[in-house]
Design a protein around this ligand. Structure first.
Ligand code: SF4
Length: 72
Protein backbone atom coordinates (compact mmCIF):
# COMPACT_ATOMS: atom_id res chain seq x y z
CA UNK A 1 0.00 0.00 0.00
CA UNK A 2 1.24 3.50 -0.81
CA UNK A 3 2.64 5.58 2.03
CA UNK A 4 2.47 9.33 2.48
CA UNK A 5 3.99 11.88 4.82
CA UNK A 6 2.00 14.76 6.28
CA UNK A 7 3.96 17.81 7.32
CA UNK A 8 2.53 20.66 9.40
CA UNK A 9 4.46 23.91 9.16
CA UNK A 10 4.07 25.18 12.72
CA UNK A 11 5.45 28.62 11.85
CA UNK A 12 2.80 29.12 9.18
CA UNK A 13 -0.06 27.71 11.29
CA UNK A 14 -2.31 30.42 12.69
CA UNK A 15 -4.09 28.09 15.13
CA UNK A 16 -7.40 28.50 13.39
CA UNK A 17 -8.60 25.33 15.12
CA UNK A 18 -9.76 23.41 12.06
CA UNK A 19 -7.19 20.69 12.52
CA UNK A 20 -6.58 20.95 16.24
CA UNK A 21 -9.90 21.02 17.98
CA UNK A 22 -12.92 22.48 16.27
CA UNK A 23 -13.33 19.49 13.98
CA UNK A 24 -13.17 16.21 15.95
CA UNK A 25 -12.60 14.12 12.85
CA UNK A 26 -9.66 16.15 11.72
CA UNK A 27 -8.19 16.47 15.19
CA UNK A 28 -8.36 12.72 15.67
CA UNK A 29 -6.74 12.08 12.33
CA UNK A 30 -3.87 14.47 13.00
CA UNK A 31 -3.23 13.49 16.58
CA UNK A 32 -2.91 9.87 15.49
CA UNK A 33 -0.53 10.70 12.68
CA UNK A 34 1.89 13.25 14.04
CA UNK A 35 4.70 11.35 15.68
CA UNK A 36 7.84 13.28 14.76
CA UNK A 37 9.06 16.83 15.13
CA UNK A 38 11.78 18.75 13.41
CA UNK A 39 12.55 22.45 13.41
CA UNK A 40 9.28 24.28 12.80
CA UNK A 41 7.45 21.17 11.59
CA UNK A 42 5.45 18.23 12.87
CA UNK A 43 5.42 15.07 10.77
CA UNK A 44 3.62 11.80 10.44
CA UNK A 45 3.33 8.89 8.03
CA UNK A 46 0.06 7.40 6.85
CA UNK A 47 -1.21 4.89 4.31
CA UNK A 48 -3.50 5.30 1.33
CA UNK A 49 -6.62 4.16 3.17
CA UNK A 50 -6.93 7.52 4.95
CA UNK A 51 -5.49 9.68 2.17
CA UNK A 52 -8.82 11.35 1.40
CA UNK A 53 -9.33 12.42 5.02
CA UNK A 54 -5.87 13.90 5.31
CA UNK A 55 -6.13 15.58 1.92
CA UNK A 56 -9.45 17.13 2.97
CA UNK A 57 -7.74 18.49 6.05
CA UNK A 58 -4.84 19.92 4.04
CA UNK A 59 -7.27 21.61 1.66
CA UNK A 60 -9.23 23.09 4.57
CA UNK A 61 -6.18 24.76 6.10
CA UNK A 62 -6.55 28.49 5.35
CA UNK A 63 -2.81 29.15 5.24
CA UNK A 64 -1.72 25.97 3.44
CA UNK A 65 0.35 24.84 6.41
CA UNK A 66 -0.39 21.16 5.80
CA UNK A 67 1.62 19.42 3.09
CA UNK A 68 1.27 15.83 1.88
CA UNK A 69 4.18 14.02 0.23
CA UNK A 70 4.14 10.58 -1.38
CA UNK A 71 6.99 8.46 0.01
CA UNK A 72 6.33 4.98 -1.46
S1 SF4 B 1 -5.92 24.10 9.66
FE1 SF4 B 1 -3.87 24.97 9.25
S2 SF4 B 1 -3.86 26.96 10.30
FE2 SF4 B 1 -5.58 25.79 11.10
S3 SF4 B 1 -4.81 24.77 12.97
FE3 SF4 B 1 -4.56 23.31 11.25
S4 SF4 B 1 -2.50 23.67 10.45
FE4 SF4 B 1 -3.03 25.45 11.72
Amino acid sequence: MKKYRVIINRDRCIDCGISTGQCPTHAKTLSQLLSQNREGESLGVFSADIYDRVKQLAEACPVKAIIIEKIE
